[in-house]
Design a protein around this ligand. Sequence first.
Ligand code: PMP
Length: 391
Amino acid sequence: MELLKKFEAHAATRDALASQGTAPTEITIEKILSPTEAMIDGRHTLLVGTNNYLGLTFDPECIAAGQRALQEEGTGTTGSRMANGTYSDHKMLEQELAEFYGYPYGMVFSTGYAANLGALVALAGPDDAVLLDADAHASLYDGCKMTGAAIYRFKHNDTESLESRLRRLGDHARRTLVVVEGLYSVFGDKAPLAEIARIKDKYGACLFVDEAHSLGVFGDNGRGVVESDGILDQADFVVGTFSKSLGSIGGFCVSRHAELPLFRYASRPYIFTASPCPSVIATTRMALQQIRKRPELRTQLWDNATRLYNGLKEMGYELGPDISPVVAVRFVERAKALGFWQKLLKSGIYTNLMQPPATPDGSSLVRCSITAAHTTEQVERILAAFRGAAG
Ligand code: PMP
């Protein structure tokens, strides 16, 4: 059928990825053993490619909270928040998230992807403009496209590029949404949020920050780069996901603006989908408590991140500019990156392979993400595997 011809290109991509062994896109975790270990291809494997930054997926208190909710409230809500799917636990989580950031308003979505789509379409429309960091996540691009607003990209993390675009927008800058991330997950580099906030205030624009990879990771209280850069009172809308440091699935938006609760009436990705299951809400609430009461998780995470980054740097690998839990090793050649990734997998180390068009500058990356649950011995094992794969 003519319509299905387009899949030939996808089949070619998949076959090229499978040319040296299991394709990175076809990896199956046959059995998950802990936050850092699994069986893959019949082999005991160290997981260095998850977003489980605080290692909370097996936290006994989170599991017990999820089990209780499953027992008492059932397997699912079977409905959307606006029609038939709001439980009091959804509201409690919204309140707890807002309190965590020190804001009055919070809203929960079914995934982080839906949170970005849902908040962006509520905020911007065809009469508005959106200024988007060029390296922003696909969900931010998709959400911006859905708004119908004029979209302008500025150079990644380049505040001069941002300011010159705002200047050119003139009065329209006041109807402009600036969309950035706290920590970018491709190279693990941090946004200059303090300077971005200063500029958006100067032009009267609105600032939207996706803290998917920075919640629980940055800031004295784990609130993310908005906290570590001291812009909690300047950021207008902060979004995030439950699927990384909180170890479950879902998303949220918090704000100091009273309009946030009205997003519920203006956001199709919120209205037309089922709300998160009670067990998911329960584990997420408990994970948020763990972030609050166990700062040592963050200390351990940063110790591991620093050890991994410095170890790989000493071996001469080309890495991203900042030490962070995302450590990306850059390769110029696609095939070399794939071969290297396969070697690591065969030595029992699972990382993420990222290739164009998913990478911003056409390079290929073997990306590690480290967690608080990795032991020092495991970090040393990762370093030894990188040494071995290079030879
Ligand atoms: N924003 C960013 C920056 C992300 O990296 C991701 C997921 N990788 C999302 C949003 C979407 O979150 P989720 O997977 O929870 O839908």
